[in-house]
Design a binder for this molecule. Structure first.
Ligand SMILES: [Zn+2]
Ligand SMILES: [Zn+2]
Length: 313
């Protein structure tokens, strides 16, 4: 028998120091190590680890603003090898471009999430695309054209009409697409009528085509947008995951407290109420697991991000 202090010491070792051993190669709960590409930094270091452990996640990518680099280091120190980091800053401000450059020098492995009221093909975003190529890091972009709240405004406008031109103009930039407009446009019949369209997917949509045609584009299936797309049409989803098995990456964008749906999972967004009370990470891992072979599942939840961001278990 352990006394209480020894027992707590062991629990501490399990949750922070030995993830590779316990959740790595053998795969733990999901049968594969899992990397969450889309995890917003939480204020308390322990809260970050609680969500990973609760949802059975091996490792996650902290998304922060540039000013949070000290907090990132504290979380990384509390749980070595469990967190990578992407940094965002407003590319329409000169100090934003400087902050992005500095963050990569300080260890950020990408830009993101880039969520600004700017045009996808505007000069501000183009500065960030060029800088990402120069620094050889990917850029993760939030595309959204339908408000969740009154007067929210659009984010990275013009995905459907102008993003292909950008993919062509910046062949050395690695783009990671995410959010409502990116995933709704998997269906060819989408015309910005709803944040999260439902029903069967019409083949030949823009996002499907771009993922197939451009080696510099990846997809982050996080949030209600990614989960909704994957849940609309099981037959389509199986083929979509096969087609883009080397381009898709699991992410959660989950706000729940415990990895089991406690607290608020999708920021009280009324249009995303289908995920209220649920852990988005768990829901999306479940749909991916039932829709893909074990090999493809492992690529999407671990292998593709591991190759792109150059980490191991
Ligand atoms: Zn987002
Ligand atoms: Zn969660």
């Amino acid at each position: 028998m352990f006394n209480r202090r020894e027992f707590l010491g062991l629990v501490g070792a399990v949750t922070s120091a030995a993830p590779a051993l316990l959740r790595g190669a053998q795969g733990g709960e999901w049968g594969s190590p899992v990397f969450d590409l889309h995890f917003h930094l939480r204020g308390q270091p322990a809260a970050n680890i609680t969500h990973l452990d609760g949802a059975g996640i091996t490792k996650a990518n902290l998304l922060t603003r540039a000013a949070s680099s000290d907090q990132v280091r504290a979380v990384q120190a509390a749980a070595p090898d469990r967190f990578t980091w992407f940094c965002s800053a407003d590319p329409s401000r000169p100090e934003g471009i400087d902050a992005l450059t500095q963050s990569v020098k300080s260890g950020a492995r990408g830009f993101g999430e880039m969520k600004y009221h700017l045009a996808t093909d505007g000069p501000e975003f183009q500065r960030a695309y060029a800088l990402a190529a120069e620094l050889r890091v990917p850029i993760l972009i939030h595309f959204q054209e339908v408000d969740h709240f009154e007067n929210e405004g659009k984010w990275s406008t013009g995905f459907a009409t102008s993003f292909e031109r950008i993919l062509k103009a910046y062949p050395n930039t690695t783009f990671i697409g995410h959010a409502d407009a990116f995933w709704a446009n998997v269906s060819a019949d989408y015309r910005n009528e709803a944040a999260y369209p439902s029903g069967p997917i019409a083949a030949g949509g823009i996002t499907d085509k771009l993922l197939g045609d451009y080696p510099n584009l990846y997809g982050d299936v996080s949030a209600n947008s990614g989960n909704n797309m994957l849940s609309r049409d099981p037959e389509f989803t199986a083929g979509f995951l096969r087609r883009h098995q080397d381009k898709l990456m699991f992410g959660s964008d989950c706000g729940c407290t415990d990895g089991h749906g406690g607290g608020v999972s999708q920021g009280n967004n009324p249009a995303a109420s289908r995920l209220a009370g649920k852990c988005v990470a768990r829901e999306t891992l479940t749909v991916l697991k039932r829709s893909a072979s074990a090999d493809i599942f492992r690529k999407i939840v671990w292998g593709n991000a591991s190759a792109l961001l150059k980490f191991s278990a």
